[in-house]
Structure formats: C-alpha cells, structure tokens
Design a protein around this ligand. Structure first.
Ligand code: SF4
Length: 62
C-alpha cells in the first residue's frame, strides 16, 4: 500500500496524473493515497512513486 509523506509533497500532480486509481488530491492540495486500492494497481502506483520529484511516495507491503 502507498503513502504520501505530506511534508515532502509539493502538490505537483504528477502522481495523480500517472495513477489516478491510486492517488488523489487532499483538501490541502497535496496528494494522498486512496484507501483500499487493489494490488492490480501496484505497478502504476510504483511508476508514480518513481516519478515523484521529491520522493514523497512510500510503498509498504501490507
Ligand atoms: S508526485 Fe510527489 S510531489 Fe507531486 S503531488 Fe504526487 S506526491 Fe506530491
């Protein structure tokens, strides 16, 4: 499952564009990971992780 470290996120939107199934904007205009995202979206989530300019996305095995 994915997490966004809010103190690192700059709200660039890259992850939301790459993986809208996994990430969305929170009310503070920073990204957050959606809840209960299935494993089938791990690959696209990892692509977003790798493209985050500030390395704000973390993946942890459940
Ligand atoms: S790609 Fe990274 S910095 Fe950009 S919105 Fe997503 S988590 Fe934030």
């Amino acid at each position: 499952m994915f997490f966004v470290e809010k103190d690192k996120c700059i709200g660039c939107g890259s992850c939301v564009n790459i993986a809208p199934e996994v990430f969305e904007f929170d009310s503070d205009n920073l990204a957050k990971a959606k809840e209960n995202v299935g494993d089938e979206f791990k690959d696209i989530g990892m692509e977003a992780l790798e493209n985050c300019p500030t390395n704000a996305i973390v993946y942890k095995k459940e």
